[in-house]
Ligand binder design. Structure first.
Ligand code: MG
Length: 162
């Protein structure tokens, strides 16, 4: 049986923080504010995976009140999520994500993000899609207030013939 999952995340952009997207540090004058490394792409992907398996959400599994996740590498959290799915007999078919922010321009970093995600999820590169969109100056992703990411995934139960 195939299932799909959807995830969304957004973080505020502030001075004095790193901007980490899909495990890749993107040089920029501001970074994403959050308890962990505030990697919106990793968080949206994690929620998509958890959602596909109806396993709740990232905040439920890794609460930001827990000092263990302070400044956590969110790609580690993504790895924890995929491990939860595997324990329940699921494997991932593909993931597709969109990052929304006007600045910085992300095109030079997309390939590395895909590679990082593919490595953590143990997927072929062609099963991992990451896209970057601007919102043309509109709203919090357009005026520099924040960065957002959306993700979907398809997963399948292992050992079940259709
Ligand atoms: Mg988040």
């Amino acid at each position: 049986m195939m299932r799909v999952g959807h995830g969304f995340d957004a973080h505020r952009l502030v001075a004095g923080r790193r901007l980490v997207l899909g495990g890749v540090e993107v040089p920029f004058e501001r970074g994403a504010l959050g308890h962990s490394d505030a990697d919106v792409l990793a968080h949206a992907l994690s929620d998509a995976l958890l959602g596909a398996a109806a396993l709740g959400d990232l905040g439920g599994h890794f609460p930001d009140s827990d000092p263990r996740w302070k400044d956590a590498d969110s790609m580690r959290l993504l790895a924890e999520c995929i491990a939860m799915l595997r324990e329940r007999g699921y494997h991932v078919l593909n993931v597709d994500a969109t990052i929304v922010v006007d600045r910085p321009k992300l095109a030079p970093y997309i390939a590395r993000m895909r590679e990082r995600i593919a490595t953590v999820l143990e997927l072929d590169l062609d099963a991992v899609s990451v896209k970057a969109k601007t919102s043309e100056g509109m709203g919090y992703t357009g005026d520099g207030t924040g960065v957002a990411a959306y993700a979907v995934c398809a997963i399948e139960s292992m050992g079940e013939e259709r």
